[in-house]
Design a protein around this ligand. Structure first.
Ligand code: PAF
Length: 281
């Protein structure tokens, strides 16, 4: 695997690949890699000649400095994992490479970035859009791969690609789960054993909500019971549960308003913020 810390040699390498008419797949990450990330790399490898992954903990998308400081950084282990699954290129820049000067550009995605994560993490998606735009300009991939766990992020990047005419195809890859159903996430590394047990509540709440909605319960009633279920558990804090249209993330009052509603949930276990989602069907 080729490892680049700087943009110029990475671009030169990729230019050569493109001259040889090789297709490039791209998996952007913030590191602390788990099987979900490696599945994205595998999906890219199956469809592209060259797979590039990036590892960069992007300060612009953290609205909480403590969260940024504590975000797991495991570059050496991550590089070994990427190498093992046959990733061709790792781009691991530092802050001075990505932001040689303070970036002032802000993005506004209208209603898309005001709901759910947007409401609880103001500025987060502007920071994501900024770094993803930079990475797309640097790598110029043919295909880019993102996990479904961050469904709102995917919806926003889809809007970004359309609005800025990025010449690439986006792919949303299914969430990988632990044996008990917990969605794989880099943040899971920060859960202690007791918290790890408690963290399953979000998956259970989604499953319960799905069952109730399918049995005909109203969205309002299900919202109430999800909140109660989360709040009944110790060391657990509820942030939101929404039933939304997956295209524009509009909150639905009735699941029959769209053909495939998505259920989204977020909250804290101790100090660790977790999110998850599930389609109704
Ligand atoms: O999903 C992530 O890991 C990050 O938000 C991303 C897309 C790599 C941008 O920093």
């Amino acid at each position: 695997m080729e490892i680049f810390k700087h943009i110029t040699p990475l671009k030169a390498f990729l230019r050569e690949q493109k001259l040889k008419r090789r297709t490039v797949g791209f998996v952007p990450t913030m590191g602390a890699l788990h099987a979900g990330h490696l599945a994205l790399v595998g999906t890219s490898k199956n469809a592209n000649d060259v797979t590039v992954s990036s590892i960069y903990v992007n300060p612009a998308q953290f609205n909480n400095t403590k969260d940024l400081e504590k975000y797991p950084r495991t570059l050496e282990t991550d590089a070994a994992l990427l190498e093992k699954v046959g990733c061709d290129v790792l781009f691991a820049p530092d802050n001075s490479e990505m932001y040689p000067q303070k970036a002032t550009l802000k993005f506004d995605f209208g209603p898309l970035d005001k709901v759910m994560e947007g409401e609880f993490r103001p500025g987060h998606f502007s920071g994501v859009a900024l770094v993803v735009s930079k990475l797309f300009h640097i790598v110029e991939p043919d295909n880019a791969y993102f996990g479904r766990k961050d469904f709102q992020q995917f919806a926003i990047i889809r809007q970004l690609v359309t609005d800025l005419n990025f010449n690439l195809t986006l792919h949303c890859v299914d969430t990988l789960r632990e044996a008990d159903g917990l969605a794989m996430s880099s943040r899971n590394l920060r859960l202690n054993p007791e918290e790890r047990q408690l963290a399953i509540v979000f998956y259970k709440a989604l499953q319960e909500a799905r069952q109730q909605l399918k049995a005909g319960a109203t969205v309002a009633a299900v919202k109430n019971s999800v909140r109660q279920m989360i709040e009944a558990q110790s060391r657990t804090r509820f942030e939101y549960f929404e039933v939304a249209d997956p295209l524009n993330l509009n909150a639905l009052d009735n699941v029959r308003e769209v053909s495939q509603p998505i259920l989204c949930i977020a909250g804290y276990i101790g100090e660790i913020r977790l999110i998850d989602n599930m389609f109704l069907d």
